[in-house]
Design a protein around this ligand. Structure first.
Ligand code: TIU
Length: 223
């Protein structure tokens, strides 16, 4: 199969659709909706809601050409045995991971807050990875899944840019995957962190990976 090319930053990005996958990071109610984990940390969740249409367009585009789609959700076992104290007992939030909130226990598997928002819900056949860490490779079967599917290139979208998205891109980069982040399909609670993360990823000749807009990516399908 011929390679496709995206007008990406810091320079053009080539990939083969049949060895590519889109990873949509943590577009779950706990980060996007009011009353979840993100808001419990003092964040304005409306910032993240603004990217929903762009993420939807990206997912629909990948579905349209049959490229593998993976969704992740950050969550812990109900007994919190996979939530280290260093993660739970930090800062002074009103609620901690595992505490009951308006959408169930924060970041606990099976609770309503862990569900991916309905607008971006996975469809049958799309893989959903529950991850206890910020990176999606840590304590998950992501690496085995990608190897089984012969995936070489990963496209990224989701939240938050500098936390779970960047951690996962760095893990992927170290494992040898070509990585591209959809700049307008990711968001942070902090404007400066989003921009700085994108700058860091692209710097030094794509030290972590490439970035492009959703339009740039979708255009490459029909070149
Ligand atoms: N707090 C924050 O920015 N992010 C997280 O805690 N997790 C993810 O990024 N998914």
């Amino acid at each position: 199969m011929d390679k496709l090319t995206i007008q990406a930053r810091p320079h053009a990005f080539s990939y083969q659709p049949n060895t590519s996958a889109l990873i949509v990071i943590d577009m779950q109610r706990d980060f996007i909706d009011s009353g979840g984990f993100g808001e419990s940390l003092g964040n304005d969740v409306s910032r993240l809601q603004k990217i929903i249409p762009a993420v939807k367009r990206l997912i629909n585009g990948f579905r349209g050409v049959g490229i593998t789609i993976i969704h992740t959700r950050e969550c812990h076992l109900p007994d919190l045995s996979d939530c280290p104290d260093a993660k739970r007992y930090r800062g002074n939030p009103g609620l901690r991971i595992g505490d009951p909130g308006p959408m169930g226990r924060l970041l606990v598997k099976g609770e309503p807050g862990v569900e991916i928002i309905p607008a971006l819900a996975p469809i049958p056949g799309e893989k959903v990875i529950d991850k206890p860490g910020k990176g999606a490779f840590y304590h998950t079967d992501l690496q085995e899944f990608l190897q089984d599917q012969h995936i070489e290139t990963l496209f990224f979208a989701g939240v938050t840019t500098e936390v779970c998205v960047q951690s996962t891109m760095r893990e992927a980069n170290d494992r040898g995957y070509f990585c591209l982040l959809a700049r307008d399909a990711t968001e942070s609670y902090f404007d400066v962190f989003k921009q700085t993360t994108i700058d860091m990823i692209e710097a030094q000749g794509a030290i972590v990976g490439w970035t492009a807009t959703v339009d740039d990516i979708l255009t490459s399908f029909h070149a």
